[in-house]
Design a binder for this molecule. Structure first.
Ligand code: GLU
Length: 422
């Protein structure tokens, strides 16, 4: 089952449990618009390369399309459709007034120079220019895209539209209209949710062990934040592999070695292992912060953690979910656990639109409140329907989208078929 089929399966399951209006499910079962573009980019060696890019706009029922764009060799349309769909649900879960969208370019960013990445980013803006806008579709960072790329994105869009438009993209550096706290927001939001969930279940960070898969925008900060809260970090990994210690590892040491030498596996805080092995190591909490499809029917029964916190999008397959549920492993689902990122993106956009910037305390307090409210609402639905937290999260989102659709009328979700931009 691919990522998109997995997302549809999650939707269908929740729709059945809550007895959702079939027309709402039908409406949300395919994206509103899908754009596929060819991006010709001059490489440093003088050759011309054509990259394939995507922007999928899933739903603008509750507000402008919102969601990041990723640079990755395996990016494909089905994956971007799944991610765009998840964004609509994530924004509805978090209660922020956005729909969902996602983009991506099939490329190998680690092998490209800064100049090549800048030319690619500007080309991507030119190609999607017609369908995005600060009140229509607002991109952001995702896998292997970063604040520098958001700055180029904003600059190119502002140039094309002949006015300064910081609200076209979020996740920008502070110097060009970014928000304080956006860089750490995904991890911080996840930490607030975990903290509240544990409080409700009489658990404390002290003495609770954590393994984190992925050391990018989400995983790296999760390691620092959870360590700071008193959790014991036993293992971490990046795309090259992982390290694990049965005592504790210091995330600041790992970060230093990764920065200086290239990988967390260059740090001797723990014994090296593969990413697959890391997932099966003993721990209380497993944080999945790498990418989709990491816990599947193949390894789900070998997971020893009691709680999984999904900071990545789609890291657990539907088959794995069933196994984990049977084994009483609680999964705090992606559309809740990582919704802190898009929530602070929303705060950034609000600040851009008003031109007034908030101190970090204000960002943090508003983020915490949004995360706790989203969790409480999901737990209520979970109790009402006696279902998993993932189902509760989908039901929470469906409930809001269904109401929006009924208020706006079924024409609110007009569809447009795939079209190509040569
Ligand atoms: N890419 C992030 C996500 O998947 C952030 C999206 C955004 O900030 O718009 O949630």
């Amino acid at each position: 089952m691919n990522f998109y089929e997995n997302t549809i399966k999650n939707m269908n399951k929740a729709a059945k449990t809550m007895n959702l209006d079939p027309e709402t499910l039908l409406t949300l079962s395919s994206p509103q618009k899908t754009l596929i573009v060819s991006l010709p980019v001059r490489m440093d060696d003088g050759t011309l390369k054509i990259f394939e890019g995507f922007r999928v706009q899933h739903s603008e029922l509750r507000g402008p399309f919102k969601g990041g764009f990723r640079y990755f060799p395996e990016v494909n349309l089905d994956e971007v459709k799944a991610l765009a769909t998840e964004m609509s649900f994530k924004c509805a879960v978090a209660g922020i007034p956005y729909g969902g969208g996602k983009g991506g370019v099939k490329c190998s960013p680690k092998e490209m120079s800064q100049g090549e990445l800048e030319r690619l980013t500007r080309k991507y803006v030119q190609a999607v220019y017609q369908i995005i806008g600060p009140e229509h579709d607002i991109p952001a960072p995702d896998m292997y895209t970063n604040p520098q790329m958001m700055a180029w994105f904003m600059d190119e869009y502002s140039r094309l539209s002949n006015k300064y438009q910081p609200g076209i993209v979020t996740g920008k550096p502070i110097e060009v209209g970014g928000s304080l706290g956006r860089g750490t927001a995904t991890a911080q939001g996840g930490a607030y949710i975990l903290e509240k969930y544990m409080e409700k279940n009489d658990m404390k960070p002290e003495g609770t062990t954590v393994v984190i898969q992925g050391f990018g925008n989400a995983g790296m900060y999760a390691a620092e934040i959870l360590h700071g809260m008193g959790f014991t970090i036993l293992g971490v990994s990046d795309s090259k592999g992982g390290i694990y210690s049965d005592k504790a590892i210091d995330p600041f040491c790992v970060l230093k070695d990764k920065k200086e030498k290239g990988s967390v596996t260059d740090c001797d805080e723990g014994k090296t292992c593969t990413n697959e092995e890391l997932l099966e190591k003993p721990c209380d909490i497993l944080v999945l912060a790498a990418m989709e499809n990491q816990v599947t029917e193949k390894n789900a029964s070998k997971i020893k953690a009691k709680i999984i916190l999904e900071l990545a999008n789609g890291p657990t397959s539907a088959e794995a979910d069933a196994i984990l549920e049977k084994n009483n492993v609680v999964v705090i689902p992606d559309i809740l656990a990582n919704s802190g990122g898009v929530t602070v993106s929303y705060f950034e956009w609000v600040q851009n639109q008003s031109g007034y910037y908030w101190p970090i305390e204000e960002v943090d307090a508003k983020l915490k409140r949004a995360m706790v409210e989203a969790l409480e609402r999901i737990l209520e639905f979970q109790e009402k329907h006696n279902c998993s937290m993932r189902e509760g999260a989908y039901i929470s989102a469906f409930d809001r989208m269904d109401k929006a659709l009924k208020l706006r009328g079924s024409g609110a979700h007009l569809k447009c078929k795939v079209y190509f931009n040569k």
